[in-house]
Structure formats: structure tokens, C-alpha cells
Design a protein around this ligand. Structure first.
Ligand SMILES: Nc1ncnc2c1ncn2[C@@H]1O[C@H](COP(=O)(O)OP(=O)(O)O)[C@@H](O)[C@H]1O
Ligand SMILES: N[C@@H](CCC(=O)OP(=O)(O)O)C(=O)O
Length: 379
């Protein structure tokens, strides 16, 4: 059997028990004309149908800023953070009200869950968010998740909801992430600019060739296909398949759940990572970077070893013990990410040195490794 045959494909969607559905801004707001209520009603009807069949669905919905702009009568998306925050606060109200009303037609309760990057990067808050979401799902409530745009600033925002959708899929170990957008799926070029662009029906979530075809978004959406392909790679870490499809296709969700070949399906190729490693991999903020020699790159990749100072050639950034740092090879390619046992000043003094010299060099030894393998994830 080839790896392609072994990997979960369309049947993973058919048999999915838990699914995260992400609906993008471009689609939700009918290209900027305010919330597309009839369309939202249609997606809710499909989710309710899946729910009745026993499927657990978590919704990740964008649209707060775009809906707020329309309510406030603003023509153009503001660039000032405080205005974006205000628009999100006004628009999120409308979103919640809209979903609540439509799900109520089916006798289903919804729950508004607003998350920030900090909620998922701080381990304690991550575990809290996980148990709250799990409880809601167990109670058969449909969580409606968005980024808490009103309190985030540029440095700490996910920005696009594709990434948030993937992290929620990881958090709940969902079987599938379905990304509904305004295109039929991933094309080999941006169909907005290339009329000859062709749809890619299936691929590997971590295929770099697909990432290269994906471009940025329209005026309303944030990340375009770039963040959708990256989200598929993130979702694959917990074994989820990702479908990217047009929310304008009639019955798109129920047809996907029936295993129909719609849109683009991106399959996970590697075995799912343990939960803690996934949490590490999902961290977006890194404080510094370490350049590894070829020997260190090899043992990290082939044996999952810890990173010792002896294998590090250079470092950059201003990090402290416990911060996330990126490990790159001598060509600058990303190799791994992990939580460092030493701050930048100490690490600089022990670079390239065997671990038995650490105590003599620093006057103490926190640990023999710069990054322990439990705190390291190979990318
Ligand atoms: N290779 C590609 N295939 C399909 N769409 C692409 C591609 N590259 C860029 N895009 C753009 O990505 C847009 C969808 O992303 P985005 O605007 O962020 O929407 P959303 O709000 O649904 O996330 C499409 O309208 C399209 O113009
Ligand atoms: N959190 C933002 C959504 C960000 C956004 O537009 O994301 P996306 O739909 O992925 O392009 C909002 O509700 O306006």
C-alpha cells in the first residue's frame, strides 16, 4: 500500500465524529455588504442536520470587523487598531445574534467563545480553553469561536481565522477541519487573477508545492490561501484532514460529510503528534533563533534527540529561559522549535561547548541540554 492509500482521505470526512467548520469573512459578509443572513441560515441548517446525525460541530466564524463596519456605516476597513477593535465589538454582537437565532430554529444552543493568542500559548489557559470547549461539545451546544479582536493588538493577533480554526481542531482533536471560503478550493494560481487557474482536488497538507501556489486574500479576507494551506498543515498535526471548499455550493457541508469530491482535500501524511508537541508546534511567537550544525540537525530529525549547546553555532534574539526559540540549519531552513533552558546571554556563553563545561562557564548548570526533547518539536 502506498502512503497515499493509507492516508485518510474523503472517507475521513464521511466518518468524521467531530468537525471544525471555519467560515471566512469574504463569504459571510457577501463581499462587504453586511452579514449575509440567508447564507448563514443555510450553513446553520446543514450544521444542524449533521448534528442530528450525531456529529459534533464547532464553528469558527469570522465577520465581526466586516459586520461592524457596515453597522457603523464605514465604507473602508479602518487601519487604526482602536477603530478595528470598535468595529469588531459592534459586529460580534450582530454575529452572535444571527447564529443564535438560526440555531434556535433547530432547537440548538450556541455559545460565544472569543479567544486570543495568549489563551492558547499559555499552557494553563490552553488547558482551560480545551476543557471549556470539550464541555460545551459534550452538552451538545454549538460553540461559535472567533478571535477576541476587541482586546488584541497587532503583535499578538492570529489575524486570520484559518490559523485559529486549525488550533481549535488541534485542541479538540477533531477529525476534520472544513474551511468555507469564496472560491471552489485551492487552485494552482489565484483564480481572481488567472482565468486559467485549475482546482487542486487533493493533496498532502505539508506539500511545499501547494504552499507555493497559494496567494494572499481579497480585500475583506485576511490570509487568502496561504493561511488556509498553513492551517491544513497545523490541523494535520493532530491527524485532521482539511477540506477547503466554496460556501456558495448548495449543501456543501452535508455533501462533504457524505464523502463527495468537492473543493480541495488536504491529507495528513505523518502520524499525529502528541498533544504537548502540538501545543508547542502551534505557538506562533518565537523570541529568538539558534543556528544548528549539520550533526545537530541530523540527530534532532532522525532520533528526536534533545538539543545540546555543542550543536549550536550562532544565535539571535533576546530571549529568556522558557521562551520559544526557532532552530534553523546553516542555510536558514526551519528545523525545529522549542522552549529554551537558558536565556540568550547564558546560551551565547555555552554555544558550541560540551555540556560538562556548562557549570564552569556559567557557575551553575540548569540542565545539560539547551532544549530538552520533551520541549522540542521538529517542523
Ligand atoms: N491558489 C489560490 N487558489 C484559490 N484562491 C486563492 C489562491 N491564491 C490566493 N487566493 C485568494 O484567496 C481568497 C480567499 O481567501 P480570503 O480572502 O482570506 O477569504 P476568507 O475570508 O474566506 O478567509 C480568494 O478569494 C482568492 O482570491
Ligand atoms: N476575527 C476577524 C476575522 C479575521 C478574518 O477576516 O479572517 P479570515 O476569514 O480568515 O480571512 C473578524 O471577525 O472580523
Amino acid at each position: 500500500m502506498t502512503p497515499e492509500e493509507q492516508a485518510p482521505g474523503r472517507e475521513a470526512l464521511r466518518g468524521a465524529r467531530r468537525v471544525v467548520v471555519k467560515i471566512g469573512s469574504a463569504l459571510l459578509t457577501n463581499d462587504g455588504r453586511g452579514l449575509d443572513e440567508p447564507a448563514i441560515g443555510g450553513w446553520v441548517d446543514q450544521i444542524a442536520a449533521l448534528h442530528r446525525r450525531g456529529m459534533e460541530v464547532v464553528l469558527v466564524s469570522s465577520g465581526a470587523v466586516a459586520a461592524g463596519m457596515v453597522r457603523l456605516g464605514w465604507q473602508a476597513r479602518p487601519s487604526a487598531v482602536h477603530e478595528l477593535q470598535a468595529a469588531a465589538a459592534v459586529g460580534q454582537n450582530g454575529l452572535t445574534e444571527c447564529y443564535e437565532g438560526h440555531f434556535a430554529r433547530h432547537g440548538l444552543l450556541t455559545a460565544q467563545v472569543l479567544l486570543t493568542h495568549d489563551d492558547l500559548s499559555n499552557r494553563k489557559r490552553y488547558l482551560n480553553a480545551r476543557s471549556a470547549l470539550r464541555t460545551l461539545v459534550d452538552l451538545r451546544v454549538v460553540p461559535v469561536v472567533n478571535e477576541n479582536d476587541t482586546v488584541v493588538t497587532d503583535e499578538i493577533r492570529f489575524g486570520d481565522n484559518d490559523t485559529l480554526g486549525a488550533l481549535v481542531a488541534n485542541l479538540l482533536e477533531a477529525d476534520a477541519l472544513v474551511i468555507l471560503t469564496d472560491q471552489e478550493g485551492l487552485f494552482d494560481a489565484d483564480p481572481r487573477h488567472d482565468p486559467h487557474a485549475r482546482l487542486i482536488p487533493e493533496g498532502r497538507a505539508d506539500d511545499p508545492a501547494l504552499a507555493a501556489m497559494a496567494g494572499g486574500g481579497g480585500t475583506l479576507g485576511r490570509g487568502g490561501m496561504t493561511t488556509k494551506v498553513r492551517a491544513a498543515r497545523l490541523a494535520a498535526r493532530s491527524g485532521a484532514v482539511t477540506a477547503i471548499a466554496s460556501g456558495r455550493q448548495p449543501d456543501v457541508l452535508t455533501r462533504l460529510a457524505a464523502g463527495e469530491r468537492l473543493g480541495t482535500l488536504l491529507r495528513p501524511e505523518r502520524a499525529p503528534m502528541a498533544a504537548r508537541k502540538r501545543w508547542l508546534a502551534g505557538q506562533l511567537q518565537v523570541r529568538g533563533s539558534l543556528t544548528l550544525d549539520a550533526g545537530a540537525v541530523k540527530v534532532l530529525k532522525s532520533r528526536g534527540s534533545s538539543l545540546l549547546p555543542v550543536g549550536v553555532k550562532a544565535l539571535s534574539g533576546d530571549f529568556v529561559r522558557g521562551d520559544m526559540v526557532l532552530c534553523v540549519d546553516e542555510q536558514g531552513q526551519r528545523v525545529a522549535k522549542g522552549l529554551t533552558n537558558y536565556g540568550a546571554d547564558e546560551a551565547r556563553r555555552i554555544l558550541g561547548k560540551p555540556s560538562h563545561q556548562i557549570e564552569a562557564l556559567l557557575g551553575y548548570m540548569e540542565a545539560p541540554e539547551l532544549i530538552h526533547r520533551d520541549n522540542l518539536v521538529v517542523l
